[in-house]
Design a protein around this ligand. Structure first.
Ligand SMILES: NC(=O)c1ccc[n+]([C@@H]2O[C@H](COP(=O)([O-])OP(=O)(O)OC[C@H]3O[C@@H](n4cnc5c(N)ncnc54)[C@H](OP(=O)(O)O)[C@@H]3O)[C@@H](O)[C@H]2O)c1
Length: 275
């Protein structure tokens, strides 16, 4: 996600310094005009705003709070756009504010194609004033970034949406497997489903991948879906919600990873349901 987001900023003439620990992954951004570095402190020192789009909260902490980066955190704004837990986001906020910086969370719904068409749904957890100040920057990714509330609320909203990704995909995969095993015509089943209140557009988006067992070239890999499922389970357990169904789905996502689909499209959970 970081690369297409960086490309989008370059297209919009936003001056960009791009960091990745793996230099090879910066090549395209460099060719398109970004200054690139594999030292986070170089980017933090040079910019007034640092967008974090890393795998998880541990990665963000590693990048920000090394001895080399820490001295440059003051008077900078950090916008964390990956999917992390509300408590992790609050911890990042507190550590950045303690170091003299500012922090917003702005997780996104949508994937690489929506970055390219500026159709991400950007949900912001921050003060009203911070939201207004950074609105135009966030508008490069979304027609209308949404202010949810203080830090933690946007992270919670994002996890609630990703819980639907895993549960809807698993529920559809189970019905599809049932239909396939019974030898019922899949297109006829889909026609009925599409007319019904049970239909969700994600079913058609994943149907051909599931039918063909083709999970290559993912926008969102299975390993990140497992991460988000675990984040949701951890937070929801503390809230006392009944998690029986999601715990079952977690086992299915883990099985897909055990089958070797960690870096493939998350619709690979179909192979864990109907192999
Ligand atoms: N893909 C999507 O459709 C999508 C949609 C919405 C939200 N998200 C969320 O956005 C975040 C990024 O997703 P992605 O799909 O771009 O993931 P990705 O392709 O796996 O990229 C993760 C990035 O984090 C870096 N990273 C990991 N650990 C690090 C560490 N310890 N220190 C420094 N850098 C580290 C990786 O560096 P290397 O390149 O060196 O490995 C890579 O640049 C995740 O939280 C994901 O859940 C993804």
């Amino acid at each position: 996600m970081g690369q297409p987001m960086g490309l989008r900023l370059i297209e919009q003439n936003v001056p960009l310094i791009a960091y990745n620990r793996t230099a090879a992954k910066l090549q395209l951004l460099q060719e398109k005009g970004a200054i690139v570095t594999n030292s986070p402190e170089v980017a933090i020192k040079a910019a007034d705003c640092f967008i974090l789009m890393l795998a998880d909260s541990a990665a963000s902490e590693e990048v920000l709070f090394s001895d080399a980066s820490r001295p440059y955190l003051s008077d900078r704004t950090f916008i964390q756009m990956g999917t992390i837990a509300p408590t992790e986001s609050q911890r990042l906020h507190d550590a950045i504010v303690a170091a003299g910086g500012e922090y917003l969370e702005a997780p996104v719904l949508g994937s690489i194609p929506q970055v390219q068409t500026r159709e991400l749904i950007v949900m912001v957890g921050s003060t009203e004033e911070q939201f207004n100040r950074w609105f135009n920057l966030l508008k490069h990714f979304s027609p209308e970034p949404i202010h949810i509330g203080p830090v933690g609320t946007a992270a919670a909203t994002k996890l609630a949406l990703n819980q639907l990704i895993v549960s809807l995909t698993g529920a559809f995969g189970l019905s599809l497997g049932f239909i396939e095993r019974y030898g019922v015509d899949v297109e006829q089943f889909m026609q009925i489903l599409r007319q019904s209140a049970l239909y969700a557009p994600t079913f058609d988006k994943k149907l051909s991948r599931m039918s063909d067992r083709n999970y290559a070239n993912p926008n969102f890999p299975t390993k990140h879906l497992l991460k988000d499922t675990d984040l949701f389970l951890e937070q929801a357990r503390e809230l006392g919600l009944n998690l029986n169904s999601l715990e079952g789905m977690r086992q299915i996502v883990q099985k897909a990873i055990d089958l070797g689909f960690a870096d493939d499209d998350y619709s690979a959970i179909y192979s864990a349901i109907n192999d």
